[in-house]
Design a protein around this ligand. Structure first.
Ligand code: MCA
Ligand code: AMP
Length: 498
């Protein structure tokens, strides 16, 4: 590698040079995907949860029909369209169909409570939704303005429009993903087709993703990890994906051991379970295991390596930027680091070591929130990740902390402020502080330290939290105290509570 070549060449094989790379060829996700389908019409693309395979041409046909039904029902390109369902082929079909129709997909966690659903719907103003649960469908319908088109995940609509599909270009919005923070207005990261195509292409090249790869996908499809890396990467490569409705250690071992899959993507909490269950050697048959969304503890990485002979490939990303860095596939994988920027990604360390990034993968802003957008970027246009990093002696990026107030539990993000606000709505709570305590099982565990009056018990407060928050945000531990440590300005000292 020559001196003046960008560091991302470490990810590329000799046939690619970074200056000749076109990450945005085909303009949009449907542009790339339909080309792949035509190249290999009989290719098995998606294995549904009942183990049945769907080929490229079936996928082309089904997504075309669903796209035409959605347009026939009055939805228009640019309309927001909520998709909320567990991971099945029907969900994948709706997702692709919506993109082909030019809709902006708003993925919605299936575990959200009514209050969480309402805040997102109020902000996104969707014109429609595909939902696999009647109660959630009713919440969306009631919270949306006007008369939204709400359908089941099979999209059983009678009408159909003979509209042209696949007209979107790289600058058109494709996905609106919400990152909350407080119980106030949530922030929607608006990803374009260009953002997602650039990242999926870069990931595909860096990880040597091939058409005959089969990805075992047990992640939820309402986050960037499962959707923009797992699903988009599969179709961008023209490979195959095996869908599972949930993560199950025995199922993963069984499919890996049978040679039915070659790739596995997971969060560290999954690797922790895989490493601590007898039989992890079954993962030996996989070509590649990738870990991300939270730091992979070196003990877990080494345990997987000892059982399988391969160090899991750790990578780093964010909803707003999709994938940022990865350990190299073909060169040394360094445990405790997240490697080098993906092709196309520029990365620098700003004030106090904050990781700042730029590239075709990075959002231009949050949906209808100019103030939040301005805050997220430096004056010269770099996106501020809120992660703190340093480069080691070989140039690998190591993440050493976060400047943002965020807890990552089992790969899910929890903002302490949101949990505190909910706890404070209980009449028995005077004050509350929420922190992430380190945990072998979850990485970090949501912990609440509470000043309560009278005889408020842990069970009652936890039930109150569960009514208003998705299960993973509910404090695993609640401790009652007489005082919270504060600095001179009255700010709670979270570090001390941890
Ligand atoms: C489930 N529970 C959790 C979590 N998951 N609590 C804290 N943190 C969690 N992550 C709760 C359950 O609701 C249940 O509570 C209890 O813990 C035990 O649940 P269990 O059945 O053991 O859990 P599970 O269903 O097996 O789920 C564990 C999981 C899951 C498979 C690790 O959390 C998961 O899929 N995580 C990945 C999320 C993800 O995709 N993140 C990517 C976002 P109760 O008993 O009260 O009901 S980040 C991203 O996209 C960026 C771009 C990136 O870099 O990737
Ligand atoms: P999200 O907002 O859900 O997209 O989460 C993004 C955040 O997850 C990043 O800003 C990081 O703090 C964290 N993250 C993702 N991958 C890793 C990793 N490999 N190691 C440490 N933190 C990570």
């Amino acid at each position: 590698m020559s001196e003046n070549m960008p560091a991302w060449n470490v990810h590329l094989t000799d046939e690619w040079r970074s200056d000749a790379l076109d990450l945005l060829a085909d303009e949009s996700l449907p542009g790339r995907w339909t080309r792949r389908w035509l190249e290999r019409p009989a290719w098995p693309q998606v294995q549904d949860i009942d183990d049945r395979w769907i080929t490229s041409m079936e996928l082309e046909d089904r997504t075309r029909q669903v796209a035409q039904r959605l347009l026939g029902a009055g939805l228009k390109p640019g309309d927001r369209f909520v998709v909320s369902a567990s991971a099945t082929a029907d969900l994948v079909v709706v997702y692709i169909a919506a993109l082909r129709a030019g809709l902006v997909v708003v993925p919605l966690n299936t575990g959200y409570t009514r209050a969480e659903v309402e805040r997102i719907v109020a902000d996104a103003q969707p014109a429609g939704a595909a939902v696999d649960d009647r109660e959630r469908a009713a919440w969306i319908s009631e919270a949306a303005a006007g008369e939204p088109v709400i359908v089941g995940i099979e999209v059983e609509l009678a009408g159909s429009a003979e509209a042209d599909l696949d007209r979107v270009t790289r600058d058109d919005p494709a996905l609106l993903v919400y990152t909350s923070g407080t119980t106030g207005r949530p922030k929607g990261a608006l990803l374009t087709h260009g953002n997602m195509l650039a990242s999926a292409t870069a990931v595909s090249l860096a990880w040597r993703w091939q058409p005959d790869d089969r990805l075992l996908l047990t992640l939820p499809l309402f986050h960037v990890h499962g959707l923009a890396v797992g699903i988009n990467g599969t179709f961008t490569t023209g490979a195959s994906v095996v869908l599972r409705p949930r993560f199950d250690v025995t199922d993963v071992f069984g499919r890996a051991d049978a040679g039915a899959v070659s790739l596995f993507f997971g969060v560290p909490a999954m690797y922790q379970r895989l490493a601590s269950t007898p039989g992890a050697a079954a993962l030996r048959r996989l070509r590649l295991c990738v870990s991300g969304s939270a730091p992979l503890p070196p003990t877990v990485a080494n345990a997987i390596a000892a059982a399988t002979g391969h160090i899991p490939l750790e990578r780093y990303g964010m909803t707003e930027t999709i994938m940022l860095t990865s350990n190299p596939y073909a060169q040394r994988r360094k445990v405790g680091t997240v490697g080098f920027p993906f092709p196309g990604v520029e990365l620098r360390l700003g004030d106090a070591g904050e990781v700042e990034v730029r590239g075709p993968n990075v959002i231009s802003g949050y949906w209808q929130q100019p103030a939040a957008t301005a805050q997220a970027f430096t004056a010269d246009g770099w996106f501020r990740t809120g992660d703190l990093g340093e480069f080691d002696e070989d140039g690998y990026l190591r993440l050493v902390g976060r400047s943002k107030d965020l807890i990552i539990t089992g790969g899910y993000n929890v903002y302490p402020r949101e949990v505190e606000e909910v706890l404070l709505t209980h009449p028995g709570v005077q004050d509350a502080a929420v922190v992430g305590r380190s945990s072998d099982e979850w990485g970090e565990e949501v912990t609440a330290v509470v000043i309560a009056d009278g005889d408020l018990g842990v069970d009652e407060l936890r039930a109150h939290a569960a009514e208003n928050l998705a299960a993973y945000k509910v404090p695993k531990r609640i401790e009652f105290v007489d005082d919270l440590p504060r600095n001179a300005l009255g700010k709670v000292l979270r570090q001390e509570l941890r």
